[in-house]
Design a binder for this molecule. Sequence first.
Ligand code: AP5
Ligand code: MG
Length: 216
Amino acid sequence: MNILIFGAPSAGKGTQAELIREKYGLKHISTGDIFRYNVNNNTKLGLKVKDYLSKGELVPDEITVELVADTIAKLEKDGFLLDGFPRNVFQAEALDEILKKNNMKIDAVVNIDVEEKLLIGRVIGRRICKECGASYHIKYNPPKKEGICDKCGSEIYQRSDDTEEVYKERYNIYLKQTLPLIYFYCKMGILKNVDGNNKPLEVFESICESLGDCHD
Ligand code: AP5
Ligand code: MG
C-alpha cells in the first residue's frame, strides 16, 4: 500500500505518519523532515534550502522533485507514506511520472481536516528532536523530561518556521497551492477525508477505518 498524507501545516501529518508507519510497516518519506535534517547538518542541500524553510516558502520544484524521485527510485519495495509532497499541481504531475517509471501507484490519499483556529496552537507549542525528528507539543504531547527526546535522549527544539508570522505565510501557500490538489485526488476516487480535530489516537482510529478497504 502506498499512501499520501495531506493536511494544512501542523494538521498532524507527521504525528499520524508515525502511527501509520508502525501499524502498516510503510516507509515514511517526509520532504520537510529530509530538508530539516540537511539544514541541521549543514549539507549542500541544507544550505540551498535553509532560507526557504525559515521564511515558510516552498523550496523550488526542481530541487524537491529530484529529491522525491531519487528517494522513491531507491526503495527496495512498494509500501511508502509520502508526507508533505506533492504541494502544488506541478509536483502532483511529476509524482505521477515518477510512479509510472517505477511501476507504482498511490492507493489512498488521507486528508487530515482540522479547523483553522486549532492550527496555530498546535504550531506554536510544537517542539521536535534535533537528532531523530520526533515531534512533541508542550501542552498536548510533552516529553517525559523537559527539553529531552523520549526516544533518543537528544535535545528538542522549536522549528524556525513555527512562529505566528511564518505560519501565516505557510498557511496562505497551503490554501493557494496545496488545497486544490484535494480535488485532483478526489476525482481519482482515492481521497479519504478524516476529522483531525480530535485527540491523536482518535484521529488515528479514523484513519485506520478509512484505510480498511485499501489494505490487502
Ligand atoms: P513540512 O515539514 O512538510 O511542514 P508542514 O506541511 O508545514 O507541516 P508540519 O510538519 O508543520 O505539520 P504536521 O502536519 O506534520 O504536524 P505535526 O504532526 O508535527 O514543510 C516545512 C517546509 O519545508 C515548507 O514550508 C517548505 O519550505 C519545505 N517543503 C517541504 N515539502 C516541500 C515540498 N513538497 N515542496 C516545496 N517545499 C517543501 O503536529 C503539529 C503539532 O501539533 C505537534 O506539536 C503535535 O504534537 C501536535 N498535534 C498533532 N496532532 C494533534 C492532535 N490531534 N491534537 C493536538 N495536538 C496535535
Ligand atoms: Mg510534519
